[in-house]
Write a protein that binds this ligand. Sequence first.
Ligand code: HSE
Length: 306
Amino acid sequence: MDEIRVFSPATVSNVACGFDILGFPLESVGDEMVVRKTKEKGIVITKIEGFDLPFDINKNVASVSAMALLDVAKPDFGFEIEIYKKIKPGSGIGSSGASATSSVYAINELLGRPFNKLQLTEFAMKGELISSNSEHADNIAPALFGGFTMVKSLNPLEVLQLPTLKDLFVVIIHPQIEIKTSESRGILPKMVSLSDATKQISDLGGLVHALHTSDYELLKKSLKDHLVEKHRSKLIPYFDELKSKSIAAGAIGCSISGSGPSVFALAKGKQMAINIELIFNSIFSKSNIDFTTYVSKISSDGVTTI
Ligand code: HSE
């Protein structure tokens, strides 16, 4: 095989109580990438469609991740990359994670799969580092592994695949304002209170147990963020209204997707998800801010070959 086209899903990371460690992929929202073998060694980006991103291989997340892989694999040929970007950079639904994931997954396939998903996560984290100044893996790991995914540890890297409930849908609103992950991380406190940390640990434990026992009530009680949301929500117009109205309408929970500005709500069943999408729409229709909404099942697949 000399050429491959892959789809890498958008992802919701943090998922309320799982700051920097928890995420899941969406079913049909994501980027595409074509990767082709070349005689010349190294990486070249030949096409970028969708958004204005750097062709400089040292500045593009996809090529930085790919080079981390090639540094270890050392093939005597190279690769060219075409990026078909559908996820807006800075949207909070794992745009850089999808780029980083697509390239390492595609090259690994073309090389005959010398690396496992954990190793691919490590390579992709090098790309995430240049986009956000932080080597978090809570978008990359779900994009590679699929389903609810927990990054148990970064050093050494450990990833846990959690069960995904069959009727669980996600609704996302992406207000078209830019919040860079680096800025959104920069406003977070370096220290948190013991009581907030205790609540967060308890809710994370509750969420994991709820997924294992298909307990939607426990999931609802656990889908809370005591550490990060109160700081970042100030950057997101109408956040409090999105949250209170969606929960009043029956959402399992509502919080910030990744580092924002997207906001997500979880819903049991597609009809409930569509109702919440209408609520999100009506709230933002009052504003002058353009926005996009998505309704998706939580995907149990990660990046795939098309
Ligand atoms: N966990 C990261 C954050 C995700 O919240 O900063 C950003 O993509």
